[in-house]
Design a binder for this molecule. Structure first.
Ligand code: RNT
Ligand code: ZN
Length: 422
């Protein structure tokens, strides 16, 4: 049987199965087609960036592996990104970091950056018809060498980073304005101590002051949305993180900022899925950094794990698709980096599809009737419903490779493009 015919036939059968559970598969596909997933540029070059004389990643994050073919400049990174999104169904966004500025060899310090240094990225986003998100880079810089930035005790250094944050909010707004959809600008700092601090309060007071100063600068809220990201620990910053969860949760609630939940920034068995329904009562929106920690915040490539599925379920069940920004945040240098983007983004999209295919109304009825036996039994039964057939149909309708077909395309790209990078 011809491939397309087989996929459509399987889909028609799946559609009937789901209909028995009161689920409309066409509707699920139509909803998914409009969900944007923000893909992080930094997977393409191990969080390197293009600053002249860059001395590797600092700030307690680390990408491990030395798979050949890493993008070495903006053109290569854009080509790789374009290749990746051609293999992924649905809508994507491009998530940029300040260190990906292109300054034509000129030294432009972080507090002097503006949208002109991202004009090639803007052209790219326009051409690809995708939105852009942005991040100040509060690491990999001489003034971040001691792991303090916005909470630095030296006021001149602290102010430098405040200016960087403001510059980045303006860049986010410029992207948002030019593209007609707001950029989410996410602020994460690595600040903290390797060993046991005595004064846990003073750095937090300084961070609070810096955030207030940074957010006081007038930047269009129509074009730029500010998010703040907490963390538990980093490599070399194990004992104390200034921007802890409680710190930012408090700040976000008080100032109605977007709270960023990174899946790798909590205790190893703590899932961020449960946090959505709680935080959504107090903050306007949430930004997710979908990641996969293995034993620690290792930023492994996202896969279709139970954690990922629960996260997608909570977004869909809560009706939060419009208030949750979905961003990916991982960096693996041990496998083909372009494939890493495709694997993680397809997994995120698949998880959302499975959540959209859930017979939630039926499950809720069982729950409110107090029939927890049937609730558990049903949750188990629906795990093996034919979501794969719906996924294939989604890929087909989006004009991207179905099933494992994309792997061959990726191998060809590796042979013809990546292999020539030495
Ligand atoms: C670090 C944070 C942060 C970074 C990116 C590169 O632990 O997760 O989001 O990964 O900004
Ligand atoms: Zn993150």
């Amino acid at each position: 049987m011809a491939k397309e015919k087989r996929i459509t036939k399987a889909y028609e059968l799946a559609k009937e199965v789901y209909a028995q559970y009161g689920v409309d598969t066409d509707k699920a596909i139509a909803t998914l087609a409009n969900v944007e997933i923000s893909m992080h540029c930094w997977q393409g070059d191990d969080v390197g960036g293009f600053e002249a004389g860059a001395g590797g990643t600092s700030g307690g994050i680390q990408s491990t592996g030395n798979y050949p073919g890493k993008a070495r400049n903006g053109d290569e990174l854009r080509a790789d990104f374009a290749k990746a999104i051609s293999l992924i169904p649905g809508k994507q966004r491009l998530n940029l970091h300040a260190i990906y500025a292109e300054t034509n060899g000129k030294k432009v310090d972080r507090d002097e950056l503006d949208i002109s240094h991202f004009s090639r990225w803007l052209d790219f986003a326009k051409k690809q018809k995708i939105g852009v998100d942005f991040n100040p880079t509060f690491f990999s810089h001489p003034l971040a060498a001691d792991n303090f930035t916005l909470s630095h005790p030296d006021n001149a250094i602290r102010k430098f980073w405040v200016r960087h944050g403001i510059a980045c909010r303006k860049i986010g707004a410029a992207f948002g304005k030019a593209l007609g959809k707001p950029a989410v600008t996410n602020h994460w700092i690595p600040d903290g101590y390797k060993d046991i601090p005595v004064d846990r309060l003073a750095p937090r007071k300084r961070l609070l002051k810096s955030l207030d100063e940074m957010f006081a600068a007038k930047v269009s809220t129509k074009d730029n949305l500010d998010a703040i990201e907490s963390k538990l620990f980093g490599i070399g910053v194990e004992s104390y993180t200034v921007g802890s969860h409680e710190f930012y949760m408090g700040y976000a609630v008080k100032n109605q900022k977007i709270l960023t939940l990174d899946a790798g920034h909590f205790h190893p068995t703590e899932s961020i899925a449960d946090k959505l329904s709680a935080m959504m009562l107090y903050v306007p929106e949430i930004l997710l950094h979908v990641s996969r920690g293995v034993r620690w915040d290792s930023d492994h490539v996202v896969v279709l794990s139970d954690d990922l599925k629960s996260l997608a379920e909570e977004i869909v069940r809560g009706g939060f698709l419009k208030r949750v920004h979905i961003g990916l945040d991982y960096f693996d240098a041990s496998i083909n980096r372009v494939a890493a983007w495709v694997i993680g983004t397809r997994a995120m999209s698949k998880a959302l599809l499975i959540a959209l295919l859930e017979p939630t109304a039926m499950l809720r009825e069982l729950e409110s009737a107090g029939d927890y036996t049937a609730r558990l039994a049903m949750l188990e039964e629906i795990k093996t419903l034919p979501s794969g057939a719906v996924w294939d149909q989604f890929c087909l309708s989006q004009g991207v490779p179905v099933g494992s077909e994309w792997i061959d395309e990726m191998k060809a790209y590796e042979r013809t493009v990546l292999a020539s990078r030495k």
